[in-house]
Design a binder for this molecule. Structure first.
Ligand SMILES: Cc1cc2nc3c(=O)[nH]c(=O)nc-3n(C[C@H](O)[C@H](O)[C@H](O)COP(=O)(O)OP(=O)(O)OC[C@H]3O[C@@H](n4cnc5c(N)ncnc54)[C@H](O)[C@@H]3O)c2cc1C
Ligand code: SF4
Length: 508
């Protein structure tokens, strides 16, 4: 019996469970570029182009490997506009009633597929290391779902960086070694740049025409769009960037968007790279002496620890997770998140390179844009939609726990044990941005005071009832209490004035 094999735009790998369960000799692969997927948020044009071009190349690869592929392009006349619509159209036209799919990442698509009036078999996504059941069992009965404990289980399960049942080097986590201030010079050229071929160029023209108004620069487009290119990026980064990845993981430098980061998240998230295979390659490089343990462990932890943990939280917490707002924040996202003017150098850098590359590294997302949104009290739903739109690697299952949970504390502390907030001092320590900023990071109040300095205290005071007894935040509140009263009044008054400027849409 012929079956339809659904492959989504973030499921582009040969070993996909739906393909493994299919019969190449008669089943039909269905792939579709649809407006529902290109438009549920105003995605960065680079992200749309990357996904569409990668889909087209993957379809070609499947055909070359002997599969029958029914592929719908975005501008095809009879495009039904949704994944379900395209499946129904294929089922009607081919007279087929059975579908095999690999579980989609997002609730939105899972529920759409579950409601489809066809016989559908939804298989687990085996690209993840932990199954849903494993995560649920791990979470069951725990008071706190700390990533570190889950990560250790994933180390044991994969055997990565293990000596028998002991962690390599005697410690599970080398994060303390991974917080060096920015280096004076960067001797790594950043990610490989791929020239668009004819197929990619055709997609770029389509995206320019349909999504040219979205926030973000489409060109120059430099991403790889197939497995081979993505693998070249991994090889290039392991040879030149991995050794210093650990030390400078949290550093930020003006006009240096990539530093020693791997720039592989979007390749992994759409299936062009297998996360476990990348980790094994990093372990091999460590064992060969290419990189120190803190670099290899730091990278592997991000993938088998944080990435897997975020997915587990997304599934565990259910579809309402993206609507959470534990701190009751309601301010609108300022225009400078969409490229409007700002005098804050750190924000201008993080947003500017997001606009250019659809990329920012973790600390920029967490401690610059995320930190600002949190201390300014921005509505987490708007923050979530912004992150979902602007990054090439943004898919809800990984974006939402990072934004709603880790960055905005909107889930009330499921992901983070305390809010990731800081004054300008942290940004000054980890970057060179403050040196060229119009504000002064050393100035706490008055003319030129860094907005992070004011809003940080304002946040802590606004939420004292919730965080005042948090043992990890005691020092912050003690510092505040030791401040002279008139100083405290000035901080609160100036923070209020700053927030009024934000609300009035004035540049800050
Ligand atoms: C507010 C916020 C939003 C984020 N949104 C996304 C998102 O939409 N998609 C996404 O893939 N990552 C997201 N992250 C995690 C992280 O910022 C990106 O994975 C990373 O910046 C990608 O760049 P890289 O490939 O150079 O990563 P590297 O710094 O080289 O890290 C290696 C890999 O580890 C994984 N990783 C690292 N941190 C995380 C994490 N916290 N969660 C999941 N995977 C992680 C990624 O696959 C990444 O490629 C977000 C983080 C924050 C704080
Ligand atoms: S002074 Fe403040 S606003 Fe300016 S770069 Fe430093 S932290 Fe950012």
């Amino acid at each position: 019996m012929v079956k339809l094999i659904l492959i989504l735009g973030d499921q582009l790998c040969d070993g996909l469970s739906a393909l493994e369960a299919a019969d190449k000799s008669h089943d039909v692969v269905v792939m579709a570029e649809v407006v529902d997927e290109t438009g549920y948020v105003p995605h960065h044009p680079k992200k749309i182009a990357f996904v569409l071009a990668s889909m087209r190349k993957f379809a070609k690869r499947l055909r070359r490997d002997g599969w029958t592929v029914r592929y719908t392009q975005l501008d095809d006349d009879d495009n039904a506009g949704s994944i379900v619509g395209e499946l129904m159209r294929a089922a009607d036209e081919l007279g087929v009633h059975d579908v095999i799919a690999t579980e989609p990442g997002e609730w939105r698509l899972i529920s759409a597929l579950e409601d489809i009036p066809l016989e559908i078999s939804i298989l687990p996504d085996t690209r993840f290391i932990a199954t849903h059941t494993e995560f649920e069992e791990w979470a069951e009965g725990r008071k706190e779902l700390r990533m570190e404990w889950f990560y250790r289980d994933m180390r044991r399960k994969t055997g990565l960086l293990m000596d028998g049942d002991k962690p390599k080097g005697g410690k599970w986590n080398y994060d303390h070694d991974n917080r060096k201030a920015p280096p004076k010079e960067i001797d790594f050229s950043g990610p490989l740049r791929f020239e668009p071929d004819d197929e990619v160029s055709a997609v770029l023209d389509l995206v320019e025409q349909r999504f040219g108004q979205n926030f973000g620069d489409l060109r120059p487009f430099w991403f790889a769009t197939d497995h081979e290119g993505a693998q070249q990026q991994v090889d290039h980064w392991i040879a030149g960037g991995l050794a210093q990845f650990g030390d400078y993981q949290d550093a930020m430098i003006t006009d240096q968007p990539f530093l020693f980061h791997s720039v592989v998240s979007f390749y992994i998230n759409v299936g062009l790279l297998d996360p476990l295979a990348v980790c094994r390659q990093v372990e091999t490089a460590y064992r060969a002496g290419v990189a120190p343990l803190n670099a290899a462990e730091g990278f592997i932890r991000q993938i088998i620890g944080w990435r897997e943990y975020m997915r587990g939280i997304y599934v565990l917490e259910g579809p309402d997770y993206t609507s959470r707002n534990a701190l009751g924040h309601s301010r609108d996202l300022p225009a400078f998140f969409w490229g409007g003017e700002t005098n804050m150098r750190c924000i201008e850098q993080a947003v500017g390179q997001t606009q250019e590359h659809a990329y920012a590294h973790h600390i920029q997302r967490l401690m610059v844009t995320g930190n600002f949104a949190l201390i300014a009290g921005i509505d987490p739903r708007q923050v979530h939609e912004w992150y979902l739109a602007v990054y090439a690697d943004a898919f809800e299952w990984v974006e939402a726990p990072n934004v709603i949970g880790m960055s905005q504390f909107a889930d009330g502390g499921i992901v983070a044990s305390k809010p990731y907030v800081s004054s300008g001092a942290y940004i000054d320590r980890m970057s060179n941005h403050c040196k060229s900023c119009s504000y002064s990071v050393k100035t706490k109040t008055g003319e030129g005071a860094c907005p992070f300095n004011l809003l940080y205290w304002d946040f802590l005071i606004r939420h004292r009832a919730r965080f005042g007894n948090n043992p990890r935040m005691g020092n912050m509140y003690r510092t505040w209490d030791r401040m002279a009263e008139d100083r405290r009044e000035t901080v609160i008054a100036e923070a209020g004035a700053l927030l009024e400027k934000l609300d009035a849409g004035e540049d800050i």
